[in-house]
Design a protein around this ligand. Structure first.
Ligand code: RNT
Ligand code: ZN
Length: 407
C-alpha cells in the first residue's frame, strides 16, 4: 500500500465518523468541472497581435519571463498547465484568442476561426466556455461599447456579441457540453455622472439585440458579468450588479456572472449565491482574488473561495453554479499561476464536499447553535489534504513535485 493510499484510509475513517463518505466525494469531484481561463498564460494579450495593449480598465502587472511568443507555444503552455490540475476541466477562451494569426474585425468573427480550440479541447478531453472581447480595441477607446451613444460603435459591438454566441454554440455542439458565453463590457465614466439611466437603457437595447436569436441552451448559455468599477472608470459603471440582476430576472437563457473582485471590499459573492438559487436561477462565477481592489491575483484557498464552495455544496447546486476562474498575474510563472489557482479552487470544492453538511444543518434546524459552531470549527482541521493527495494520485497528477520546475 502506498503512503497516499494508507493516509487516505485513515482520512476515510475519520470522515466516516462525521457521516461523510470520502469515496463518494472523490466520485462527485469528477462531475464538477472548473473552467480555467485561457488568459493567464499571456496576460490577456490574445493571439491575434502579440504586441496588443490591454485596455478597458483592467491591468495585468508583472514581467515574469517565459511568456509565449507564438501560437503553438501558447497552446503548449496551456496544455502543460492543464496537466497539473486533476479531474474535470473546461477552458474559457476569449474572442481575441482565435488562431487566424492576424487581427480580425470583431463583428466578423466566425466559429471556424476557433476550430483549433475545438481540436485542442478534444485532445485534452475538456469542455470550452467563451468570452467576447469588448475591450483592447480602437472602437472601445472612448470608454463605451454596447452602451455607446454612437450608433455605429454600438452596432459594431452588438455584432461582436452576436458572433460570439455562434462560437459558443459551435463549441457546445462540437464538444457535447454547454458552453457558457460570458459578456463583460468596460463601459462607464471616470467622474461624476449626471445621466446614469441613459447608458443603461442603451445597454438593455443592445443586449436584447444580441440575445434576440434563440440558441439551444444545450449548446450555449449566455451570462452577463457585473462590475463595480475599473481603472479610469471609478465613478460609474453601466453594467452594475443591480443592473444585471434585474436584466437576467426578466430574461430566460441569460444568467448572472459574479466575479469575486467586482464588489465593495467587504462585500462577498458567497453571501449572494442563495438569493439567486432560491429563484431557480443559474449562476456563472469568476473566482478571483481581489487584493485591496479588483487586482485579479491568483485564486488561493482562502476564506472566501472556501465560503463560495461551501454555499454551493450546502445548496446542493454544483449543477446550477458554473465555476470559472479569472485572474491575470504577470509577476510569477504563468503556467504555474494557472495551475495554482485551478488547484486551489478544486481544493476548495473538495473541502466543501467533505463538510458534514447534513449534520450541521440538522443542528441548526433544531436550534442547537452551540453545537453548530463547535462542529463547524472542528471540521476545519479534518485531514482533507489526505483526500486531496488521493485525488491527485487517482488522476496521475503530481502533488507538489511540479512546483520546483517553475520559478
Ligand atoms: C473584467 C472582467 C472580465 C475580464 C475577462 C478577461 O473586469 O472580470 O471577466 O477579466 O473578460
Ligand atoms: Zn471577470
Amino acid at each position: 500500500m502506498s503512503n497516499v493510499e494508507r493516509n487516505y484510509e485513515v482520512a476515510k475513517e475519520i470522515y466516516a465518523a462525521y457521516g461523510v463518505d470520502t469515496d463518494a466525494v472523490l466520485k462527485r469531484m469528477d462531475e464538477i468541472p472548473v473552467s480555467i481561463h485561457c488568459w493567464q498564460i499571456n496576460d490577456l494579450q490574445g493571439l491575434e497581435d502579440f504586441n496588443s495593449k490591454l485596455t478597458g480598465g483592467i491591468q495585468a502587472t508583472g514581467n515574469a519571463g517565459g511568456k509565449p511568443t507564438t501560437i503553438p507555444e501558447y497552446f503548449a503552455q496551456l496544455s502543460e498547465a492543464l496537466k497539473l490540475v486533476p479531474g474535470r476541466k473546461k477552458v474559457a477562451a476569449h474572442a481575441i484568442y482565435h488562431t487566424l494569426g492576424k487581427v480580425v474585425e470583431r463583428d466578423e468573427l466566425k466559429p471556424e476561426y476557433f476550430a483549433d480550440w475545438v481540436d485542442f479541447a478534444k485532445k485534452e478531453d475538456i469542455g470550452l466556455d467563451f468570452n467576447p472581447t469588448y475591450f483592447s480595441h480602437p472602437k472601445s477607446e472612448d470608454g463605451f461599447t454596447l452602451a455607446s451613444r454612437d450608433e455605429s460603435i454600438r452596432q459594431y459591438w452588438v455584432g461582436h456579441g452576436k458572433c460570439c454566441r455562434k462560437v459558443g454554440e459551435f463549441f457546445g455542439k462540437e464538444l457535447g457540453q454547454t458552453c457558457y458565453t460570458n459578456h463583460w463590457i468596460p463601459d462607464g465614466y471616470k467622474d461624476i455622472t449626471v445621466d446614469k439611466i441613459g447608458p443603461r437603457e442603451i445597454l438593455i437595447k443592445s443586449l436584447d439585440e444580441i440575445f434576440a436569436e434563440k440558441i439551444d441552451p444545450k449548446y450555449n448559455v449566455d451570462s452577463v458579468e457585473s462590475k463595480l468599477f475599473g481603472l479610469g472608470v471609478e465613478a460609474y459603471t453601466v453594467g452594475s450588479h443591480e443592473f444585471y440582476t434585474n436584466y437576467v430576472a426578466h430574461k430566460d437563457n441569460c444568467i448572472i456572472c459574479m466575479d469575486a473582485g467586482h464588489f465593495h471590499p467587504t462585500e462577498v459573492i458567497s453571501a449572494k449565491l442563495s438569493s439567486y438559487l432560491c429563484f431557480g436561477q443559474e449562476i456563472m462565477l469568476h473566482v478571483s482574488r481581489p487584493v485591496r481592489w479588483d487586482s485579479d491575483h491568483v485564486t488561493i484557498l482562502d476564506e472566501e473561495t472556501q465560503a463560495i464552495m461551501e454555499e454551493i455544496k450546502r445548496a446542493d447546486a454544483f449543477d446550477k453554479v458554473h465555476i470559472g476562474l479569472d485572474y491575470f498575474d504577470g509577476s510569477i510563472n504563468r503556467i504555474a499561476a494557472t495551475a495554482i489557482g485551478a488547484r486551489s479552487t478544486k481544493k476548495a470544492i473538495m473541502k466543501a464536499l467533505l463538510e458534514p453538511t447534513a449534520k450541521l444543518q440538522k443542528l441548526e434546524h433544531e436550534g442547537n447553535l452551540t453545537q453548530r459552531l463547535g462542529f463547524l470549527e472542528e471540521t476545519k482541521t479534518l485531514p482533507f489534504g489526505l483526500v486531496w493527495a488521493k485525488y491527485c494520485e487517482m488522476h496521475g497528477c503530481e502533488q507538489d513535485n511540479w512546483i520546483e520546475r517553475y520559478c
